[in-house]
Design a protein around this ligand. Structure first.
Ligand code: ADP
Ligand code: MG
Length: 279
């Protein structure tokens, strides 16, 4: 037996199976991620893991690098250094649609619906735009006169998803007429339609009224119970404290602290970072 085989055997795997940098428990792993914009270092060696099936919070003062981290993970920006592993596969530097194909989708701080299209039309664009290949693959083809009609299946899924978020009554309204909160629900519905395993939500509660916020959070918990994983950037500390299984704190582009919500709340360095003090 070679050393590698011996090691593999003691780990309970064969040599062909990757040791993987993200374990079964962790679905996403960032290692020493860096992103610079000219002279600005937006992300400065950020490393963390997100455990599968959790709602993990990503917090930190304005400018800490949270949105840039999301952008680097989801292919909006190519990181200057470091790696991103999703579901055991390196996804560093892939295009957004390729990342989405692998089951990792994001929503934006500023929602990106098409205001002059209806809610349903926006939904129908979601899988095509993001090339939700996992969705296309999972679709049972409906054969009509020998033609595989995936549109019908997508339409059904779109309706079901709108119903799930209780915005199906708005299906034929122009997206531009929706309230801020309804837009956030639509954004989440569109993300879900691509058939992801994990969703990155950038400030999903911003501008959302309390009753819609409650609805959105309930849906996130239901989806978590179904096995989805969430990484959530959120400024509302009550949301973070009451809804996240684990919290990661970024400051100046790297991870300052992480732990259970209660631990983070009493962490002195975290409090100081928020107050703008030197840490
Ligand atoms: P957060 O989301 O935590 O508030 P960001 O990731 O948006 O932080 O920003 C981190 C830093 O990077 C800030 O100093 C911000 O001004 C800068 N930054 C973010 N995006 C860009 C960009 N596209 N071009 C130049 N600077 C940027
Ligand atoms: Mg941001």
């Amino acid at each position: 037996m070679t050393d590698a085989e011996q090691q593999a055997a003691s780990d309970g795997r064969t040599v062909d199976e990757p040791t993987g940098s993200s374990t079964d428990a962790s679905i996403l792993e960032l290692r020493d991620l860096e992103k610079h914009f000219g002279g600005i270092t937006a992300v400065d060696g950020a490393s963390f893991r997100v455990e599968r099936g959790t709602i993990t919070g990503l917090i930190g003062p304005n400018g800490a690098g949270k949105s840039t981290t999301f952008n680097c993970v989801t292919g909006v920006h190519a990181p200057d250094a470091g790696s991103v592993v999703f579901d055991g596969e390196e996804i560093t530097g892939l295009e957004p649609y390729q990342v989405a194909n692998r089951g990792l989708v994001r929503t934006f701080q500023i929602t990106r619906e098409f205001p002059e299209m209806t809610v349903l039309e926006n939904m129908m664009l979601a899988p095509k735009n993001q090339l939700g290949e996992s969705l296309w693959r999972s679709v049972t083809p409906i054969v009509r006169g020998g033609v595989v009609d995936q549109e019908v299946e997508i339409l059904e899924r779109a309706w079901e998803t709108l119903e799930f978020f209780e915005i199906d009554h708005l299906a034929n309204e122009y997206a531009g007429t929706l309230s801020g909160g309804q837009r956030k629900l639509l954004e989440l519905a569109r993300a879900l339609l691509t058939g992801p395993e994990m969703l990155l939500l950038d400030e999903p509660m911003a501008g959302v009224n309390p009753s819609l916020e409650k609805k959105l959070l309930e849906r996130v918990h239901e989806l978590k119970d179904q096995g989805y994983t969430f990484l959530l950037v959120e400024h509302d500390m009550d949301v973070i404290m009451n809804h996240c299984d684990h919290v990661i704190v970024m400051h100046r582009g790297s991870v300052l602290a992480e732990g259970a919500a209660a631990e983070i709340q009493s962490n002195e360095a975290v409090v100081e970072a928020y107050l703008g003090g030197e840490v």
